[in-house]
Design a protein. Sequence first.
Length: 582
Amino acid sequence: MTSPPICCWSCWPSTPSAATSLLCDFVLHTPATTTTAFVSNYAYDYGAGSAYRAEPAPAARFLPAHRIVPGGPDRSGYIAAVVDLSCSRPCWHFPADFSSSDLEATGASYPSDPTDQSGCSGDRPRCMACIKFQAECHYTSATPTETRVQALKRKYDEARDETNCYRELYQYLHNSPESQGLEILRCIRLDTNPAAVLRQIQGGDLLRPPKSPVHETRLRYEFPYRSAMPLIIQRSNNAYLNSILYEAVTMDQQGRDQVLDQMKQVQEKHEVVDMAGRFSPAHLTPYHAAKYVDPLLSGAQAASWTSVISDDALFASLISAYLVHEYPTFPAFQKDIFLRAMIEGDSRFCSPLLVNIVLATGCHCHRGIPNRSKYWDSHNLAYRFLAEAKRLWELEMGKVSLVNAQAAVMLDIVYTFNALDSMGRTYLHQALSMGHEMGLFTSDVLVQDQMMSDARLFTAWCIHRWAVIQTFHYQEQPLMKGAPVVALPDPDEQSAWFGNIYLQYPLGQALSNTYHGHVFKAMCDLRVIINDLGHVSYGSYPTTITAEHYFIFRERLERWFSSLPTPLKPENIIWPGQFKLQ
């Protein structure tokens, strides 16, 4: 708020009379010898040395004691501002000898609107005039102790910082390569806060994908995650203590070095390492060092599927992170069909909505994304992907399709990861509704297209297994009456149907088979048992678990456990998804 102009009383009538109307705002300077400067609706002018009295016209409205502040160190009177709402020239006029420094000691504010009826005096925390007229106080000072000079200095610093920010943004736009310059421009258009955009650019969040680190192969996760294991577990016939992984992590450093040397020699002769064998790179290297290998990712183009980023390398890196860390445990689609559709532009199995949700989840998994756990931060890359996905979801509302059902499941998964499961549950209900409408869980719909048939069956089981664990975890009535009618194929015979996942570790070029098909099939079979148990415990008419129920479900679980394929036996498991299955 700027200082009012210092000027004479040019608007005061030269020949005052009772019929004269006051045509502007004016200020009365009250000398010490004056007892009253303003009485009722009459104004007195002492500025010319003699008193003039003018009675305003009926349309004029005066507010008594509007803006009364001390006159200053050399004045014993007051300065009173009186506002005429009919004034055609809304401005503040002061006596010729008045100085704005008279208000310095008070920290008072000047009105930006001459018709302001509050009469704010600038008193803190709130002046009586603003309380009376229920108005908001306006201050030039940020704190009660800040003087006007300090306020001007603060505002100058803020303006200087803002100017420097714009200057740096211009320098980045001028000096960056064309691809990065376009990315900066896109950030500016998406975010109205220049300082936030500058922080993103300086942090390099979107200009380039994080460099892949060279992982330390001598380090590994602690397994089990305890410094001292209870003796009762060590002495028991625990199959997990006889596992290859436990033997590898408890090996001394000399033995590990020998195994690593032998492993490098073996990998030079083999393309794929059988994880059911002895000591592989996965046993001796942290899981986050693994890299997802799929030639389809190399042809993915970010601009075709999202408006948040345009860097193809970062785009592929985020999808890879999702497929390594979250997809094996919580899939919502068949990855090979999804990736092939992304390359070919097939909207039946891939859409911008689904891709943006996958990218948001990938940010949660990617170790190179700054502050990836702060999903609420609007400057977070995951937040922006999710915001774009929600916008696209609103455009797709009411449209029933396979890819929208998959997107609904993914949205529920993302919200559950962020501890917002109550919000995500609405998307799960919509996924189930679309699944029933499309006949995913029955055999009534005949589909001629083999790829569409495979995608429908895979999605049906994805929805089923996610809905089952959600309701059972929260001890709620199951949403699924039973499992999908069409059974899954045998992963031993049709492993490619499930979409194989191969990982590459930094120890060599050999690929490690994760047996994703076996994990998916075993998890679906386990969810069928859990869903039946949920109906008994939390169904429409829950019953007390009797001894008969106990033995029935125990027998089913033991039968399921004993029928696990060789790669999923306790002595052979190694990856997080396999441990979650156990």
